[in-house]
Design a binder for this molecule. Structure first.
Ligand code: KG4
Ligand code: ZN
Length: 335
């Protein structure tokens, strides 16, 4: 089955074609990051308008890349939520319109299931069951995954998502949006011993996270440095480093606990923050200590993309799932 995947939930227009026998045939992405950067965050109305401009040309691009005609598509999968409602509607209505015209099945999929399945795009994909750490701009969750759709939420953030904390810290440090990669870059030159930031909610049992206190701690530290006339480039790097260490340490502690609690030996990492090099390094080390395996997608499939939606949708479409004709779904909040 050759499935066209469409992702438009936020600020990336992602399109891909996934073949259930041969794997990924083509994949293309248009990022709106530069357009939103001057506003310091995603402007929903601009995002929707840009998706309408980019989507059809990108679909043509992946068809050309795969050497396929539209009529050779067997099904379409699109992100139905969660996300920005206007942005979601662009993908949903395009998917439903095309599917109707081509008389093929169409299915709306959950954005986070896409992230969760992204490591399956790689050469040695994880087998079920596994523990998944989903860390993006909107979510921080630990999930026990027994199969596609067989999920048990082990823990999640009670306030900010890890990526959101990275983005807000970047703003405090005067770095551009999206901040995660920039904070990580600045942290490379920081001294890990100068500051020690709190590891929220690690001193009590459970697998929930909290990152808003850490954000406040970062702000207080920066203000104090400024008052003392010590907020130079090195101090900013040291703060970035302390912040990154605290987030990574918190995530590692909870992953370790999740593996112990479930007795599972496979850990899947996905979502934008899983691109963080320090997090990967620390988790690889932890996994080795307990002879567990860590899986994550290649960099470009950590953040939003069409390939993960094509793959997650293809597996469900193959099992016979589809939207009813005309029942396009755009669900901004979808647990
Ligand atoms: O999954 P994603 O592309 O979009 C959402 O669905 O949210 O994740 C984007 C998030 C942003 O908050 C971004 O700052 C963060 O992932 N991120 C990183 C890194 N790369 C992206 N955070 C830390 N380190 C990175 N290298
Ligand atoms: Zn995402």
């Amino acid at each position: 089955m050759r499935v066209l995947g469409i992702e438009t939930s936020c600020d990336e227009t992602g399109v891909a074609i996934y073949d259930t026998d041969r794997g990924l045939l083509a994949d293309a992405l248009y990022s709106q990051v530069a357009m939103h950067a001057e506003f310091g965050g995603v402007v929903p109305e601009l995002a929707s308008r840009d998706h309408t401009r980019r989507l059809l040309p990108l679909i043509q691009q992946v068809l050309d890349e795969a050497g396929m005609a539209r009529s050779e598509l067997d099904a379409i999968a699109y992100t139905a939520g969660p996300g920005l409602v206007g942005a979601l509607m662009v993908g949903a209505s395009t998917a439903h319109g095309m599917a109707r015209a081509l008389a093929i099945p169409v299915l709306g999929v959950h954005h986070m299931e896409g992230h969760l399945m992204a490591p399956m795009l790689e050469d040695s994909p994880p087998d079920f069951p596994f523990v998944a750490l989903l860390v993006s701009g909107g979510h921080t969750q630990l999930v026990e995954v027994r199969g596609q759709g067989r999920y048990r939420l082990l823990g999640e953030s009670v306030d900010d998502a890890a990526g959101e904390a990275f983005d807000k810290t970047a703003k405090m440090l005067g770095l551009a949006y999206p901040g995660g990669p920039q904070v990580a870059r600045l942290a490379e030159t920081g001294d890990p011993k100068r500051f020690r930031f709190p590891r929220p909610m690690t001193d009590r049992p459970g697998l929930d996270f909290s990152f808003s206190g850490l954000k406040t701690h970062t702000l207080t530290t920066l203000k104090q440095l400024e008052r003392d006339g010590q907020l130079d480039e090195q101090a900013r790097a040291d703060v970035a480093r302390a912040f990154e260490e605290a987030v990574v340490d918190t995530l590692v502690i909870k992953c370790r606990r999740a593996l112990d609690d479930t007795g599972l030996k496979r850990l899947v990492m996905a979502g934008g923050v899983s691109a963080n090099a320090r997090l990967r390094e620390r988790l690889a080390h932890e996994a080795e200590k307990r002879s567990a395996q860590v899986y994550y997608p290649r960099g470009r499939f950590c953040t939003d993309n069409g390939a993960m939606i094509a793959l997650a949708g293809a597996r469900r479409l193959l099992a016979g799932e589809r939207d009813a004709i005309g029942q396009m779904k755009a669900v901004p909040r979808w647990p």
